[in-house]
Design a protein around this ligand. Structure first.
Ligand SMILES: O=c1ccn([C@@H]2O[C@H](COP(=O)(O)O)[C@@H](O)[C@H]2O)c(=O)[nH]1
Length: 270
């Protein structure tokens, strides 16, 4: 099944636009789990089991695995989601970008080694660096457009040919790179004004929206700025806000409650 179809079904099945980010930080694992890489899968599994019916996606961020030489735990985590909750898409957040021949290997990493349904990539090196990913027509390719961080505007707001670079990226992706209808964009929850602008450029293309939760993005504003006419179009990620809602033995239940809270808040404004 194509990524956008899988996403649409997950939105509907769980009535949720929430994505739980799987960013396992050993120093923040709950009491009772040893601060070692072997605990990562156990932690992720508990979070996934507790939230699978209230999310539309999971987003493991690769740095939280590779920093601990825990690629095996990343493979296990994705495999677990795919075998136990096959309706929930997995977005590998790796923000790759390189010359075409190397990008080809990164595409194999994301889609064949890890079996991700979608991957984040950096558009900065141009079409030939994105093409190896785009050629996997059933997978989603999520390009950085207007990121959530405070320095996002340093480069993304520079004016080129009369428009900010992030708008140019949105236009380029929507009108030239999306031939297989498998492109999405990263637009931060922290920039509702820019999100509304991007929405006006790209039509119904889904956005991955990091920056709700720990980064303080305003949910009402982001939903109103980014939703599509049918009240979808958004994959609203929260990582730390969900994962570390409690560091006690109730951590999975607390994560579930946070995910439900976010889901319900988003649904108020759809
Ligand atoms: O613009 C971006 C792109 C990606 N991210 C990633 O999303 C999560 C956010 O984590 P929180 O704990 O919910 O703040 C993290 O994996 C980032 O690498 C982003 O924040 N902004």
């Amino acid at each position: 099944m194509r990524f956008n179809d899988k996403l649409r079904l997950a939105w509907k099945k769980n009535n949720s636009l929430v994505c739980v980010g799987l960013d396992p930080d050993l120093s923040r694992l709950p009491a009772g789990l040893a601060q070692q890489r072997e605990s990562i899968f156990e932690f992720n599994k508990a979070i996934i089991d507790a939230t699978h019916d209230v999310v539309c996606a999971y987003k493991p961020q690769i740095a939280y695995f590779s920093a601990y030489s825990a690629e095996e735990q990343l493979e296990q985590t994705i495999h677990y989601i795919k075998t136990h909750y096959p309706d929930i898409p997995v977005i590998l957040d790796s923000k790759r970008g390189d010359i075409g021949s190397t990008a080809q290997k990164y595409a194999v990493e994301a889609f064949e080694r890890y079996q991700a349904d979608a991957v984040t990539i950096n558009p900065y090196m141009g079409f030939d660096s994105a093409e190896p990913f785009l050629n996997y027509q059933d997978r989603g390719v999520i390009l950085l457009c207007r990121t959530s961080n405070s320095g996002a505007g340093d480069i993304q707001d520079l004016i080129v040919d009369g428009v900010p670079i992030y708008e140019r990226v949105a236009d380029l992706v929507a009108n030239q790179w999306n031939k297989h209808n498998n492109c999405l964009l990263v637009v931060g929850a922290t920039w509702p004004e820019q999100m509304a602008k991007v929405r006006s450029i790209v039509g119904d293309m889904p956005f991955l929206v990091p920056g709700a939760g720990a980064q303080g993005g305003d949910v009402e504003q982001l939903v109103k700025a980014g939703k599509t006419e049918d009240g979808t179009g958004l994959i609203v990620n929260s990582s730390r806000g969900v994962l570390y809602a409690s560091n006690g033995p109730d951590f999975a239940e607390a994560a579930r409650n946070e995910a439900i809270k976010l889901r319900d808040l988003i649904n108020q404004f759809r």
